[in-house]
Design a protein. Structure first.
Length: 256
């Protein structure tokens, strides 16, 4: 009960500066498949220690993908047999591996990206300490309310002038504040050797982060429509995927 009360107080504090509620009601986990609303393009940017993280607005609630937290100072453990996700704060992750975030175009603001429903995936804080609401709708991801990060020791506030939801966690580096544009994502000064240690590396975009030897093949497959990004444009390709595609390309499987 103390944990629930302390979380509610943190949420009330945030609501006092945020125009909408931001957290789940722990007494009312929704049934899987229940319709929740529409994820809309927004110019409100969510940050963890000033590192931008992809987020969505659903019925006025800001949400993030649970799996993305792996890159922002947390560990996310998937149990396929029980279809559960557990979120832990990992203080050894001093530097994040931020995902490029872009603002939508002006004519996209307020329009729908995808429909959101309550997920059958159960999301827990730490070792099943308590359950938070998970949502489906974005292929390959489970969404959660941004406000539920307060259950992991985060503090939050909203800066209306910057249209920014700021999340703060102890033990991780703090970046210089940068706001993305529709064509430029923030670029952070992160020591290369600290990134991705012990994690699977995903290549979400055809950019300088993707190996030179893979870009021509991935570009070809993308242009032919053989591979597509998710609702946020992320490809989620591993190095194993890249090598598989390049070998096939060199064998002439994909044509000219």
């Amino acid at each position: 009960m103390k944990k629930i009360v302390s979380l509610c107080l943190a949420v009330i504090l945030l609501v006092s500066v945020f125009s909408v509620p931001v957290s789940a009601d722990y007494k009312a986990i929704q049934k899987p498949g229940e319709y929740v609303g529409r994820a809309q393009y927004t110019d409100i940017v969510t940050y963890i220690n000033h590192y931008a993280i992809p987020s969505w607005i659903v019925n006025g609630y800001p949400m993030v993908a649970v799996e993305d937290l792996n890159k922002y100072g947390f560990d996310v453990l998937w149990d396929n047999a029980n279809r559960t996700l557990r979120i832990f704060r990992n203080t050894s992750k001093t530097y994040p591996n931020p995902i490029p975030v872009y603002l939508p175009k002006d004519n996209q603001l307020g329009t729908t990206q995808f429909e959101v429903r309550a997920s059958d995936v159960k999301v827990y804080i730490n070792d099943y300490e308590y359950q938070i609401q998970g949502f489906s709708g974005l292929s390959g991801y489970t969404l959660m309310y941004v406000g539920d990060l307060t259950a992991l020791g985060a503090t939050m506030y909203y800066v209306s002038d910057n249209k920014a939801v700021n999340i703060w966690i102890n033990g991780m580096s703090i970046a210089e504040y940068q706001r993305p544009t529709a064509t430029k994502a923030p670029v952070y000064n992160i020591p290369v050797q600290t990134v991705n240690s012990g994690e699977t590396v995903y290549y979400d975009y055809i950019d300088e982060n993707m190996p030179d030897w893979a870009r021509p093949t991935v570009t070809k497959l993308f242009n032919k429509g053989y591979i597509k990004g998710d609702a946020y444009g992320r490809l989620r390709l591993t190095e194993e995927d890249l090598r598989y595609f390049v070998i096939n390309d060199r064998a002439g499987i994909y044509g000219n």
